[in-house]
Design a protein around this ligand. Structure first.
Ligand code: AHG
Ligand code: MN
Ligand code: MN
Ligand code: MN
Length: 336
């Protein structure tokens, strides 16, 4: 496939034409998101030369200090997407409430959610970061758009993906027909299909978790990691390797590429919080990508894509990746 030089544009046209999988408006929306990601990629690549590193001094609704690039990426995504006529509203990690498309532009039928810059703590140290996005259809039973329209379970997503700004800039996408990866060809200025169907092996010997939180974990998580650490002589009978990049987008990309299990579980630091990661623009899009690549994603007990969100910035515990490992971690939670 890659040797035929299939661009993202052609891939989407073929998904629309041959498989009837995506309506024209959704195709255009995804093209615009990809274009915005190209612009973000340019800013990321300029780094100190573009004056984009460092903090902005403000705080977002999550209580996190915003980096300049969190805000720049958010603005690029809004500016690129608001005028095209395919969206009704957007929601983002960096905005308190939904952004309704201004009425000087036509209102479309889709809702776009994004984590404009995932891995903010890695911006200033030149480690891979990304943009995560998720698309829902606006319920058509009422005019206008409100926050409640976004509160749909992840299984209702019509498209999801991320753009990773690493040694290469890659766009990874699903519209419900497997997961495709495109690499940005900077000479052509377009995303070219480089992996047709990403697949996560069911078994793995690699886990990703922030080990510094170990003393705060719940018993099932501790049990799973203890067993991995026991290696060949332990109950698992094999040695495990660990990776933690602290950009979910990059950890998930590794898992889509070579397998593994990623966990950001609930812990005792803030017991009233279900987890750190955000359901609508981090967990849901990643969970769908992982499932589409043959993996699994749960909150320890329940499939992430089945969770009915109660609010826009809802948080969730996340276990995703190689199917057999995710099932094992989930089993440990259910037995506890
Ligand atoms: P964001 O930069 O969008 O706020 O998300 C950061 C998230 C996620 O990317 C990563 O897996 C996790 O935070 C890292 O958290 P720790 O610093 O606690 O390891
Ligand atoms: Mn953040
Ligand atoms: Mn994030
Ligand atoms: Mn972010």
């Amino acid at each position: 496939m890659a040797s035929q030089n299939i661009s993202l544009t052609r891939y989407l046209v073929e998904q629309q034409r041959v498989d009837g999988l995506i309506p024209g408006q959704l195709r255009l929306l995804l093209e615009v998101v990809a274009r915005a990601c190209k612009r973000i990629s340019l800013s990321v690549n300029k780094g100190a030369l573009g004056g984009v590193l460092g903090t902005a001094g403000s705080e977002n609704v999550q209580g996190e200090v915003q980096k300049k690039l969190d805000i720049i990426a958010n603005e690029v995504l809004i500016e690129a997407n608001e005028w095209g006529g395919h969206l009704a509203a957007m929601a983002s990690e960096e905005m308190d409430s939904i952004y309704v498309v201004p009425n000087r532009y036509p209102q479309g039928e889709y809702l776009l959610m994004f984590d404009p810059l995932d891995g903010s703590s890695n911006i200033d140290v030149n480690v891979s970061i990304g943009t995560i996005f998720s698309v829902l259809k606006k319920p058509d039973d009422h005019p206008g758009v409100q926050e409640a329209d976004f509160l749909q379970a992840g299984c209702k997503q019509v498209a999801a993906g991320y753009c990773l700004y690493g040694p290469q800039t890659v766009l990874v996408l699903t519209v419900g027909d497997g997961v495709a990866m495109f690499t940005l060809d900077r000479e052509q200025g377009s995303f070219i299909l480089t992996t047709d169907k990403m697949e996560i092996p069911a078994d793995t010997k690699e886990f990703a978790i922030n080990m510094s939180n170990m003393r705060h974990w719940d018993a099932p998580v501790k049990r799973y990691i203890d067993e991995c650490l026991a290696g060949k002589d332990g109950p698992r009978g094999k040695d495990f390797n660990m990776r933690w990049i602290a950009s979910m987008v990059t950890d998930v990309h590794r898992i889509l590429t070579r397998g593994g299990v990623f966990m950001y579980p609930w812990d005792k630091r803030e017991p009233e919080k279900p987890g750190k990661l955000r359901l609508m623009y981090e967990a849901n899009p990643m969970a769908w990508l992982v499932e589409q690549a043959g993996g699994a994603a749960t909150n320890g007990r329940q499939r992430i894509l089945d969770i009915q969100p109660g609010k826009l910035h809802e948080r969730v515990s996340v276990v995703l990746g190689s199917k057999n490992e995710v099932e094992r971690v989930t089993q440990y939670h259910l037995e506890a």
